[in-house]
Design a protein around this ligand. Structure first.
Ligand code: SF4
Length: 469
């Protein structure tokens, strides 16, 4: 029987049922698919010239760009953190870092035929608000010296409400920022002490007041479930506080326990404070039920948005994009990553900058683009990237349309991959007929598992990826 075609508008109104038995069954290590191929495939052996030629060809088209700027510094380390950060209280390190960033921006200029234009800009970290207000102003001026901005450019910044002042918020606003993401994680004092991140409700409320007063548009809160010390009761109280503050969007991430990559997380094993897998699943269920009941649309995986927010609108219109910052609203923009560890994405390649500030600064001082590794995409990689991004963003595959684009009979060419989905079909998490695959709301938690079926490089193994749910 043919499956019903998707109706995104009505599906955002539907609530996924969280069946804990299925979550247990499919909660295996797997990539987050913020890219395909994933970062595991990036290699220092990839010919550097090939990586730069692909950028040159892509940027020469003159299309709007998505630019990512990485500020790596944090004053203290949050023990759960899996980001690329440098812990220091020496704010003067930012001055030399901005010098290096300015050099890197200048090195990219010859890659553009005309003055490049930004459609989307994201300041991430680390902690972008580690920069002092005058340094934020300088960063903004450095970018404006080279790039124009599209009239509807989305410019977002990650804000840590601890140690924040109104002057930081104002400086980023003057640098063009019009959206913010506030790191919250959890309001419970016990959980905050357990993760070495003490952030009072007042700090978050002040940050929110400042960004609202200064005319920022969409405000996102980042929360994490599965942190040490969390209980259902404590997380209920956190969600009460979050709902009262009413952010426009929320990313509620599953705590990723990857101590082989982030040794600070071993502290949680020593203190024995991590929630049991069972409790973690109950927290997830709580999050989805509470936020959808509060009127947030469940946009996918770990993202929630008010129905009138641009993220929910982009999902309804089929314009959702997935990149290294998670879900975003502007599909199809090439990404230029600036700064240490930043990743760029163009039509045929991913490339990543040097991973230490020393190596990064030395490369740019020597007049070299600081790319250290990457991957060049084969035609088959590009096809699989398209399939995986459609699953992650649209939750639907139209076999005839994809087959037409790829010049293959989709069902035949990808028969082994489709067959791998049989257990998910049997469990009602994937609907499939001869011409379509569709993920109904109950399957939205399992998008990573569904995408894994099409990942030609995926090797099931502990110790490489976080768990999918
Ligand atoms: S402030 Fe953010 S980036 Fe820095 S250590 Fe904490 S979680 Fe990680």
């Amino acid at each position: 029987m043919p499956i019903e075609t998707a109706n995104a508008a009505s599906e955002t109104e539907m609530l996924p049922k969280v069946r804990l038995d299925l979550v247990r069954k499919y909660n295996v290590p797997g990539p987050r698919y913020t890219s395909y191929p994933t970062a595991v495939q990036f290699s220092e052996a990839t010919p550097r010239e090939g990586l730069l030629d692909d950028a040159r060809a892509d940027f020469a088209h003159g299309e709007d760009l998505s630019v990512y700027v990485h500020i790596p510094f944090c004053e203290t380390l949050c023990w759960y953190c899996a980001c690329n950060t440098i812990t220091t209280k020496d704010h003067n390190r930012a001055v030399a870092y901005l010098d290096a960033l300015e050099r890197e921006i200048a090195l990219w200029v010859p890659f553009f035929k005309n003055r490049p234009r930004i459609g989307q800009l994201h300041f991430g970290g680390g902690t972008p608000t580690f920069l002092r207000p005058q340094e934020i102003e300088r960063l903004g001026a450095m970018i404006r010296a080279v790039f124009d901005f599209a009239p509807d450019a989305e410019v977002s910044v990650e804000i840590d409400p601890r140690r924040l002042t109104a002057a930081h918020v104002e400086a980023f606003r003057r640098a063009g920022a019009n959206r913010v993401s506030l790191g919250v994680q959890d309001f419970d004092a016990g959980a905050q002490h357990a993760i070495n991140r003490v952030q009072t409700l007042e700090m978050t409320a002040d940050a929110l007041r400042w960004v609202r007063e200064m005319g920022y548009g969409s405000v996102n809160f980042d929360l994490i479930y599965g942190l040490p010390g969390q209980t259902e009761e404590s997380f209920q109280r956190t969600l009460d506080a979050v709902e009262a503050l009413a952010p426009d969007r929320m990313a509620v991430f599953s705590y990723a326990h990857v101590p082989w990559m982030r040794p600070a997380q071993k502290i949680f094993e020593r203190t024995g404070t991590l929630p049991s897998p069972e409790l973690k699943l109950r927290l997830l269920k709580l999050v989805i039920e509470r936020l959808t009941a509060a009127g947030y649309a469940y946009v996918g995986l770990d993202h929630f948005a008010r129905p009138d927010n641009e993220l929910a609108a982009a999902w309804r219109a089929g314009r959702l994009q997935r990149n290294f910052q998670g879900y975003s609203t502007k599909a199809g923009l090439s990404i230029l990553g600036l700064g240490v560890t930043s990743i760029s994405q163009t039509a045929g390649a991913f490339r990543q900058n040097e991973k230490t500030v020393d190596a990064y600064s030395q490369r740019v001082a020597a007049g070299e683009i600081p790319v250290s590794r990457g991957v060049l995409l084969s035609d088959e990689d590009k096809r699989r990237r398209e399939i995986i991004m459609r699953i992650m963003c649209d939750r639907e595959l139209d076999f005839a349309a994809l087959g037409g684009r790829f010049g293959v009979d989709f069902s035949q060419r990808y028969a082994p991959e489709l067959a791998r989905l049989a257990p998910l079909v049997d469990d009602g998490l994937v609907l499939m007929d001869a011409g379509h695959l569709r993920v109904p709301p109950d399957g939205w938690l399992f998008l990573r598992n569904i995408a894994m079926a099409f990942d030609a490089y995926f090797v099931p193994a502990e110790g490489r990826h976080s768990r999918t749910v």
